[in-house]
Design a protein around this ligand. Structure first.
Ligand code: SAM
Length: 262
């Protein structure tokens, strides 16, 4: 079984919107805000890492206990609210050894998952526990992306389900969401594969969670639209209809306009 209900959102989005996760096209995927790991499970499954495992990656040798496991929704929500912005520069438990490839598994493509929270292992997924908004984090993720299975160190797909703690204040919450979106796009601008018509390359994909707000609409218009072939707004059936949460599915990174915070 999947570790989160979000897994079904990703399955649904992938199924309905062009199957951007299918394994023949995809060598490297980055999952931002990955804990407890539902999206990473979906990606690992699509990329062929879980063929001989149960879908949740809990093969005989992988520990079951992790953040979010066996918790009901209320307990999970509490868990999510256990971190806060002031931890931003303190959380970095990066372990360089976690970059070593899983033995016997070279060649199936690379998945790097990042979260503030610890995540139970999933076959094929390099898990980095750190604050993605901290300045050095993108370099750390980039070095994790570069392996023998993915020598360019570039990513085909970046998926971000990162969400800040809600304060209830619209301005603060939207600003926090905008910060997250900027960190994701700055990283994407350094790592996504670029479209190249002559070589028949489509350019990388970014799936980005956000909350409906004029600040975010401006971000879409100024930053996403000029840099991707196409930007879809998606509200999955499996996401509660009353919430303002939605996703942008941005396909075909062109990198035409420099990404700059405004
Ligand atoms: N997609 C995940 C799944 O399927 O299991 C669920 C993700 S949950 C909705 C959002 C996650 O974003 C939380 O685990 C939270 O810790 C993480 N997050 C929020 N801000 C973050 C940050 N600055 N750096 C890293 N992770 C962050």
């Amino acid at each position: 079984s999947y570790r989160s209900r979000s897994a079904f959102k990703l399955l649904e989005i992938n199924e309905k919107w062009g199957k951007f996760l299918e394994k023949n096209d995809v060598q490297a995927v980055v999952d931002l805000g990955a804990a407890p790991g539902g999206w990473s499970q979906v990606v690992a499954g699509k990329m062929g890492w879980l063929e001989d495992e149960r879908i949740d990656g809990t093969g005989p040798s992988s520990p079951l206990e992790g953040e979010g496991y066996g918790l009901n929704q209320k307990a999970k929500d509490e868990r999510y609210s256990s971190w806060s912005v002031k931890d931003r520069d303190l959380v970095d438990t990066f372990d360089p050894l976690s970059l070593t490839e899983t033995p016997g598994r070279v060649g199936k493509g690379v998945i790097v998952a990042v979260d503030l929270l610890r995540m139970a292992p999933i076959p094929g997924v390099h898990t980095l526990q750190m604050d993605f908004l901290a300045p050095k984090s993108s370099d750390i993720v980039m070095s994790a992306l570069k392996t023998s299975a993915n020598p360019s160190g570039k990513a085909d797909v970046i998926i971000s389900d990162m969400a800040a703690n809600f304060t209830g204040n619209h301005i603060t919450d939207s600003q926090a969401c905008l910060d997250i979106c900027f960190s994701a796009i700055e990283f994407a601008s350094k790592t996504l594969k670029v479209a190249d018509k002559q070589r028949g390359l489509r350019g990388g994909t970014l799936l980005l969670k956000h909350f409906a707000h004029p600040l975010l609409q401006e971000f879409r218009r100024r930053i996403l639209v000029p840099n991707f072939h196409v930007v879809y707004y998606i509200k999955p059936d499996s996401s509660r209809s009353e919430s303002a949460e939605g996703y942008w599915l941005c396909r075909g990174w062109t990198g035409k306009k420099q990404v700059q915070r405004y």
